[in-house]
Design a protein around this ligand. Structure first.
Ligand SMILES: [Zn+2]
Length: 97
């Protein structure tokens, strides 16, 4: 899994070696069983249908999505991006740290 930013370079592999999923900012929305989600569906397919054993999240520096999380003004003219970034906001009620 990697950011959709084209600067993120994944290693060259042979066909069938990597099942790649890219989202802006590596964001994976919270799981909701009754809600269709392309990210969750893609991960489910990779694990259940293809038997992908490991999920690797590849971050990168100077991520525009992370910049948008830290400074909402940078995505002010992009309402869909702003909405996407809300998926990464901290939610309370978890297991604590
Ligand atoms: Zn990025």
């Amino acid at each position: 899994m990697a950011c959709s930013d084209s600067r993120v370079f994944l290693p060259r592999c042979l066909p069938g070696e990597i099942f790649e999923l890219r989202t802006a900012g590596n964001i994976v929305p919270s799981y909701r069983s009754a809600t269709a989600c392309a990210v969750a569906g893609t991960i489910e397919f990779a694990v259940m249908a293809l038997g992908v054993p490991d999920i690797v999240v590849c971050g990168h520096s100077h991520c525009g999505a992370v910049k948008g999380l830290l400074d909402e003004r940078s995505v002010q003219t992009m309402p869909l991006v702003r909405h996407w970034l809300t998926q990464a906001r901290h939610r309370s009620g978890g297991h604590g740290a």
